[in-house]
Ligand binder design. Structure first.
Ligand SMILES: [Zn+2]
Length: 439
């Protein structure tokens, strides 16, 4: 590695998440794509005399956010249908709009818009469940964004294919195509227990075991989902999937607003992770994920924004804020989900849920240089007692000022380095004009 590839980053604080303490007077040195060292400032300059040097005197350097659940391309439907319950929103608005508009170009454009928004707000890795995962992967790789792309499995035809057989073929082809791309993973995204029957779910488990591909599924999103399943099958969806041996440590169950002791036992035994999407659950009035109960049972909980059409932003800072507040309200315990735990949910817990904790989620020598800096020279964060408290309870995404993915500088001084934002917004408006004129 040439010396020119090394960069010393010297912030005011470093939050490594490897310990509870913030480091002061320390620099993080990054190489081409990894974290090379964490050293006291003077020693960093002596050890790496020829490195580039970035001073961030009012900033905190921390691991990038890991957004564990979303549907990036749905960014193009943001604001199309609001203020509706889940099933009305899905059946009367989103599914018809998807049937009419979703194609490869839509997914490419929507994903590009979403990645741009995520980078600007400090997300350095996202997990996506949407049609044409190979397009999501292609756009992510071309933008140097880390992504886990879950190809959808549903019982019925969609713009992506005629049914499960075609979905499996396409997802396996995508897996093959991207297996050597270090920033991209392809997984299976069976949509939900109520849209996927037993046979495809068993096939997902079998293929995942063979190929080591991760799985993500929406589960227990609403009370109706559980009561309807109980009426039709006599089993809670979690139980039905357990009987199929579906659960495992490679599965992420998204939402889980309905939870009983049996569910806890199932997740715990299997090592399954829960992805909490607090703002989507609030907006669709889906319910509340009891994160406190899950964490007390030592089940890993990570955070996701869900798609922008049900949020309506991809802002992990506000998601942390909402998660911390909801946990207190739901458990009637103000000490539930303290600030540092909320930060972990948005970073290292996400890395664990996605099976990537060896690579990302904390600042540690040898891990990937997925880093962000938060500018605390903002009136919203004055005075400063505790940067972690300010991060969760006071800061906003506009204070994210530098972002690196795999050592690659993506955002500099709050501006995207490699995206023409004017052109991007023009493209998004062209889609909105087309969609609103014919929907
Ligand atoms: Zn979702």
């Amino acid at each position: 590695m040439s010396l020119a590839e090394e960069t010393i980053i010297t912030p005011k604080w470093v939050m490594t998440l490897e310990s509870e303490e913030l480091l002061v007077g320390h620099s993080v040195i990054i190489g081409k794509d990894v974290i090379l060292a964490i050293l006291p400032n003077e020693q960093a300059l002596k050890t790496y005399p020829n490195a580039k040097h970035i001073f961030l005197p009012q900033q905190m350097l921390m691991p990038g956010f890991v957004n564990c659940h979303g549907h990036a391309a749905m960014n193009l439907f943001k604001g199309l249908a609001d203020d509706l319950p889940l099933m009305t929103w899905l059946e009367e608005h989103i599914w018809p709009a998807e049937g009419q508009w979703v194609n490869e170009q839509f997914v490419a454009d929507g994903t590009k818009l979403a990645i741009s928004e995520m980078l600007l707000s400090g997300t350095t890795c996202f997990s996506d469940m949407y049609f044409f995962p190979e397009v999501v992967a292609e756009v992510s790789a071309s933008m140097n964004m880390r992504a886990i792309c879950y190809g959808p499995i549903l019982n019925f035809p969609t713009p992506y294919g005629s049914g499960p057989d075609e979905y499996f073929d396409k997802i396996l082809a995508a897996h093959d195509k991207f297996k050597h791309q270090p920033l991209i993973d392809i997984g299976f995204g069976p949509h939900a227990p109520y849209t996927v029957s037993d046979e495809p779910l068993k096939k997902v488990r079998m293929l995942s075991d063979q190929l080591k591909m991760p799985i993500q599924i929406h589960l227990h999103e609403t009370e109706f989902e559980v009561s309807d399943a109980l009426e039709k099958t006599g089993k809670r969806p979690s139980q039905r999937l357990d009987d199929l041996n579906f659960w495992g440590p490679d599965v992420q169950a998204v939402h889980v607003t309905q939870l009983n002791q049996q569910d806890i036992d199932i997740f715990k035994k299997a090592g399954t992770h829960v992805i909490h999407c607090p703002e989507s659950n609030l907006k669709l009035a889906s319910g509340f994920c009891p994160t406190h109960e899950l964490q007390t049972a030592q089940i890993n909980v990570a955070l996701g924004t869900d798609g922008a059409a049900s949020n309506n932003d991809l802002d992990m800072l506000s998601e942390m804020h909402s998660a911390a507040l909801i946990a207190k309200a739901v458990s009637k315990d103000a000490s539930a989900l303290p600030a540092l735990e909320a930060v972990k949910m948005a970073t290292i817990n996400g890395a664990i849920a996605l099976g990537k904790e060896d690579q990302i989620g904390s600042i540690k020598v040898g891990k990937q240089a997925d880093l962000i800096s938060i500018d605390f020279s903002d009136i919203s964060c004055a005075p400063m007692y505790d940067p972690i408290s300010q991060l969760v309870y006071s800061a906003s995404r506009h204070q994210v000022d530098h972002v690196w993915v795999a050592g690659h500088l993506q955002v500099k001084n709050k501006t995207l380095c490699h995206v023409d934002t004017a052109q991007l917004m023009e493209m998004a408006q062209e889609w909105a004009d087309k969609i609103s004129s014919k929907t």
